[in-house]
Design a protein. Sequence first.
Length: 263
Amino acid sequence: MKKAISVLLMSILLMGVLAACGTSTEKTSGDGGEEKKVLKMGTSADYPPFEYVETATSDEIIGFDVDLANLIANELGYEVEIKDMDFNGLIGALQAERVDFVMAGMTPTPERKENVDFTDVYYTAKHMIVSAKDSNIQSIEDLKGKTVGVQLSSIQEEEAEKIAETVEIKIEKRTRIPELVQEIKAGRIDAAIIEDTVAEGYFKNNPDLAGFTIEDGNEEEAGSAIAFPKGSKLTEEFNKVLKEKMENGEVDKLIVKWFGGEK
């Protein structure tokens, strides 16, 4: 009899342990105590104002993408846990299921769509050629014979390769945007291709830099969308809420907050 009771008690305890270990939910305070599932968001926190570390106050990752992710996730009953990594590792992290979705100013290119699913585009920007203010680089033609830096695996890498078809340039690749800025300032590269909104943020703290946008008539070329593993049910869920937030003006409010105006 004692043995039967012991087995029963052990079974109950084991069930309790399994229940605790087998869930990805946790209690949240101030919301009635309901449980929310935690989603892991992959990003590359070197891309202000989309995502970056506010080192002046803490090591917290903040930005437009972070606010938008939380806005959508909260609507769906999720909490967001942010995982920072190099941009060129984000697609692989999705495929390996190390993260549930990616928001990193990522453009839904045809090549990427072969490996992951995307929501609609939620923000569109343009490419900018950034260089030292005294470099006299004011056009694509001025890049002839120059070394141009880009972020590895970014849409700007593809733009550089496109430019190289008509203008003789040397392309240098780095994993993070701050590296490109420092390479320009150190004179190791002549220019870099950076998204215009991101570049404007660096101009504020680096008055020795300047830039110009590339006008190519393709407004969708640098559009940002949310990426998910192939076949994820979250794609449709997030996209539905994203559309609602874009239509009711909530996304525009975030754009004003982080970019200083609608775009």
